[in-house]
Structures are given as structure tokens and as C-alpha cells.
Design a protein around this ligand. Sequence first.
Ligand SMILES: [Zn+2]
Length: 462
Amino acid sequence: MIRSAVRVPLSVVLALGGSFLTPEIAAQEVASRAPIAERVAKMLAAVDAGRIETTVRTLCSFGSRHPLSRTDSDTEGTGAARKWLEEQYRAIAATAGGRLTVARQAVTMPCRRRGMPAEIPLVNIVATLRGTTDPERIYVIGGHYDSRNGRGSDGEGRAPGAVDDASGTAAALEACRVMAPHEFAATLVFVAYDGEEQGLLGSAAHAKALAAQDAKVDGMITCDIVGNTTGMDGKKYDRYVRCFSYAPTGNDSFGRSMARACSFAGRRHVGDELAVKLIFRGDRYGRGGDHRSFFNEGYPAVRFSEPREDFSRQHQNITVQGGKEYGDLPEFADYGYTARVTKIVVATLAELASAPPPPFVRGARLRREAYDTDIIYTPPVGHTRCEFVWRETTSPDWTNVVSQEAAKPRPSRGQQMIATLRGVCLDDVVVGVRMIGPDGSRSRVATPPEPDRFANRPGRGR
Ligand SMILES: [Zn+2]
């Protein structure tokens, strides 16, 4: 069936329903009949906006989840939130036959306040769904459960943090619930992060610990501020989610590859319900998020945020001024929207964790006698099935697919392969390779290095 996912002629594309369809999207439509699509459809059907609402409202009911709020109560403060979140993850684990483990990761927050200890203990709640055949490869999905109001150091005042970021915390929890009954080749890690508002403390500790173990994190998503769809202009913004990606060396480094994997999975499995808007920068101006901690450790990481944030809610005390309500309260959130963002997350994680890891692409070269492109790559051990993609350098996402059959890979040296993309002129385009699992799932795309000879000479020619 996937064999049909070759370069689809434009006539077929048009027949599939409209001139806006590119060959890549047409190929996805063909590929969407693969077993992975059926499996993901089951997971997506289970995503429940009502449960997301319950999670957000419960987290808000604790008053504040600031690290300096109460830790000695079951009904108030961050201690209650930690306990409740851990219980929710443990309840999911109880249904997963021992494959999902839940742990508290201890983190410390330095504190210079008089009469307070020099270090405040923080807690990440970490749920790990171990992979079956490639458990060393990891995908992380997080949201931060800590909250703040108008004053970042206020541990006493109310700080409901419904959208920032009970919404993302709820998305990660719901993703875990719908994915836990299924098996994946790679390991999935669902996290409720602490201390994001205090300087990304929880995620930094998590990412550093993973890097210290040399963990193979192939992708990280943070859902942060994914619950408001009413803009400050009163208009509704609920047709897309913004995907910010850090990239160390440009549009084809691993962060952007992860962002395109999100948009691919979204188009393939979620379709018209919600689009992924690629934004080729790490974050919004003057803002940060937990994906930054993973980028800092060299991991591919993206952030999902709603289209138009309501800044009269975030980081505000609850007040009414001139008839306008301020504060991040649960009554202003759109739980159906958070559920649709959760679907994009689930689709992306299921696709990537079911697929083989991306290949290593050593390079590409133009065959000057014919304007064909050779791509030189090493598939991951135990996998050979792949396909090739390309796009114009100015195009944000892949537009064309070339099947393995058409590119005819042949052995080069060692495990290395060479495939040829006929009629694709390398100098004008970006080419890449992605692996295909037995169920039709696709890995992230790996691309060859850019040809820029100055790139390797810091300080010269720039
Ligand atoms: Zn946030």
C-alpha cells in the first residue's frame, strides 16, 4: 500500500481534490491507509476534552502552584498539585500492565529570601512508557504545572494558571492516558514540569540528567499556553497551533526537522481539525519555555502555543479593572482546543515512536551529466525501508516525495547507501531521507549538511 506513496503526478494530485494539494500531501493521503493510521485514529478518538477540563479545573482549585506555595496540604498549594498529578499518572500506569512507570524527580530552586531555606525542593512528575524494540530512543512530551501571578516571587496569592500552563500539563496527561494502552518501538516520557516560571528549572534538570546518561532523545515537545482561543481583539483563533522550533544552524537542523515531523503527523492524522503553523524561531520575543532546556543539551525540541495569547490573563493577579477581568482563570479556557492540540501531540509521538530512528545522511551531490541528485546515507541497523523528500530552499515544508523504488538505493561502502533522485537538481533544493516502519510510520527527516564552505570556518567570510 505504501508502495503507492511515490512521486504522484500532478494529474493525480488534482484528481485527489484540489490544486492546493502538493505531491507530498497526496502521498500522505495514500499513506494514510497504512496500519499506523488506524492505530493513531483509535488514540485520537479517545482524546477527551472533558478530562482535560477536569485536569485544568482541579489544578486551578489548589489556588497556587507556585514553588513557594503550600506543600503540606492535600487541597491547597503546589504540594496538592504534585500529589494529584502523581495519582493521575499512577492510575494510568495501573492500566498499562507494568509498562508505564511513574517517578518523582527532585529538583532544587535556589532561594535568597530571608527566613527561607537556601534551597527549595521542586518536583517533576515523570511517567515513562518503555519502548518495545528500541527503548533507548526517547520522545519527551511536557507541560509545566507550576504557576505564577503578577509577581514572580509571590507564593501566597492566587495563581490559577489555567492556560499557563495547566492546559499543557493536561495535554501531556491526556496524551499519556490515550497512548498507554498501545505499544511503541521507542520510549515515551510524559512530564509535568515544575519551576518553569522560575527559570526553566524542572526541564533543565530533566534534560541535563538525560544528557548526562547520553540518552538518545530524538524529539521533545512542550505544550505551553495551549488553551485560549479568544484574542484580545475579541476574535476567535482556533484553527491552528503555533510550533516554535530552536535550530542551531538553520532551517534544516534537527529542531526544524522535529517541527516538520509535527506538521507531517498533523496533516496525516488530524487533518482539517487543526493545522500546525511552523514558526522558524525558538520562541516568542522575550519569552522562554521548557523546550529551551532540551535544545541547550543538543536535542530536537519544539514548543506548541495557541495562536493569539491573551496577555491580560498571563502572569496577572486576579482583579477587575474598568469592568475587565484579569487573571488566568479556568472559565476563559477552550478545552476543545486543548484537546485538538493534544491530538497533534499524540499523532506526532505515535508516528515517531512507531517508526525506525532517522537515518544518518552523510552528504549529497549533483550528478552533473544529468542534473540528478545522489544522496548518501546510512540506514539505522535492522532497517532498510525509506523514502526521499525534497523541497525548494524557500519552501517551509517538504513538497515532494520520491519512493525507495524510484530512487533505487544501492550499497556504497560499509552500511552506507547511495540513492538517486532523478530530475532533482540539488543546487536548487533541499533533499532528505526518512525511514518507514513496517506499519507505514515515518521517522523524522534527516538532511545532508549545507554546502556552505564558510560554515566550517568561524569568524571568516561572514
Ligand atoms: Zn508557561
